[in-house]
Design a protein around this ligand. Structure first.
Ligand SMILES: [Zn+2]
Length: 458
């Protein structure tokens, strides 16, 4: 009887647990300091201690940092990370100019993607060679973000974008963008504890608790980011060398001011206290970037052309877990597939209110052919020598009655509102040149908002 009761209680508790969705928590480290040697010891201590605590983390490693570990013969550090933790990528050179946003601001979508691949590819290959795994994710240094990277990252076999930033977001939870799974712009769900202020520990636990409770009903993702170098430094390694675009001769690179032993121990203690608190919160599941794609439903689902047109008629944008691009492809009768957003914005030059049906049909077929050929939405549809901008084309397609002349409708993509309108503030990073702003990157990001949609947990 007693045994039966125990079985019953165990089953009831399992049911109660499964009734609530898990809140996934990612702990990640931007591992980037290739100047100060004690940052390597910090990486090792974090990796070892977290393994003892059974908390796998994601180390996003800079290419030059991986080579630095190799040069310093720190196989112990490499092993401590690789045997238990996940490895992601964090650029070839981090803060050595020009950084990502600086060179991507000068380039378009495709040449920007190619340049990202050229500049950042070598570090990724070194990381693979030194750590023996493919990087599970990528994240930019500072706020040096650009949407062109998405195309390159897909080509480089990296399916996840993991970082914080303000350039793009979706309700402070993960989303699909540029064909990648983004854990980005989580804001209130990004939790850190100050490594210096004792009093912040209780507050950080409370911040975590509040975020956790908000997500508890539906499930969701929270994350925490540190840099191993923070545990040994008083200032950032790159701040003392590369501030405001500075580019000193490597022979002149200097170490940052370091913490003393006491300050360093305090930093570790406050951090591990927070980690313990999160780990022991019932309903939290610790995950790494490598597990993320399995946690979310497949981004492509089929939808009928009629339903897609209905959505697009109500609002030119995504709906019901589909991106605007997904809906446009469905409305065109195409099979579900990922395609990039357009590489330019144009104004419609077609002046008449209606389009003869034969010309519209030719234009529609040409758009389908363009998408199949380029795996990208066209910036416009041709009507003879005239253009119908992509938003106007999509609105016209959605509103077409199917007979007689096709009435032209104008459209504006709703998801553009989810892209930052702060080209200076949201690229303000100590390492960028003074006054750096990236309006062209944000415009490109808006064009890629055709691909934006929330990521849905399985
Ligand atoms: Zn970094």
């Amino acid at each position: 009887m007693r045994r039966l009761l125990l079985i019953f209680l165990a089953a009831a508790s399992l049911l109660a647990q499964s009734a609530k969705a898990p809140v996934y928590w990612l702990l990640w480290f931007d591992t980037e300091d290739f100047i100060e040697a004690s940052s390597n010891d910090a990486s090792m201590r974090l990796a070892q201690e977290l393994e003892r605590m059974r908390v796998p983390a994601t180390f996003k490693i800079v290419g030059e940092k991986a080579r630095y570990l190799e040069r310093e013969q720190r196989q112990d550090v490499i092993r401590a990370i690789a045997r238990y933790h996940d490895v992601g990528y964090h650029t070839e050179n981090h803060s050595i100019p020009p950084t990502g946003a600086v060179y991507q601001e000068e380039l378009g979508l495709l040449d920007g993607a190619a340049e990202f691949e050229r500049r950042e590819g070598a570090g990724l290959r070194d990381l693979q060679r030194i750590f023996g795994v493919n990087a599970s994710c990528y994240g930019q240094p500072g706020s040096s973000w650009g949407p062109q990277a998405n195309i390159a990252l897909r080509k480089m076999g990296i399916p996840v974008y993991l970082d914080e930033g303000r350039q793009v977001g979706y309700n402070e939870q993960p989303f699909w963008y540029g064909g990648l799974l983004y854990v980005f712009n989580l804001r209130q769900y990004m939790i850190r504890v100050s490594l210096d202020e004792e009093a912040d520990l209780a507050k950080a636990k409370e911040r975590f608790r509040q975020g956790f409770e908000k997500l508890r009903a539906t499930g969701g993702v929270m994350h925490t980011v540190y840099h191993p170098t923070e545990f040994v430094s008083k200032d950032f390694w790159d701040a003392v060398n590369f501030s405001r675009g500075a580019n000193p001769d490597p022979k002149q690179w200097k170490s940052q001011p370091l913490r003393n032993k006491e300050s360093s121990e305090k930093a570790y203690r406050l951090f591990f206290e927070l980690v313990k608190y999160v780990r022991d919160t019932e309903g939290v599941q610790v995950v790494t970037a490598r597990q993320l794609p399995q946690l979310f439903a497949h981004p492509l689902r089929s939808i009928t052309p009629e339903a897609a047109r209905d959505h697009l008629r109500r609002q030119l944008g995504g709906a019901d877990g589909h991106s605007a691009a997904d809906l446009l492809l469905a409305a065109l009768g195409m099979t579900p597939q990922y395609v990039d957003g357009p590489d330019a914005r144009v104004t419609t030059t077609w002046k008449q209110a209606g389009i003869p049906r034969w010309l519209w049909e030719r234009s529609r077929k040409d758009v389908i052919d363009y998408i199949q050929f380029h795996h990208r939405l066209p910036a416009w549809a041709w009507l003879g020598n005239d253009k119908l901008s992509l938003p106007d084309f999509a609105a016209t397609l959605a509103g077409d009655s199917g007979s007689g002349e096709v009435m032209v409708r104008s459209g504006k993509l709703a998801e553009e509102s989810r892209i930052s309108t702060e080209p200076c503030k949201h690229f303000d990073w100590l390492i960028h040149p003074q006054g750096f702003c990236a309006p062209k990157i944000l415009e490109m990001a808006r064009l890629q908002a055709w691909t934006l949609k929330p990521a849905q947990l399985r």
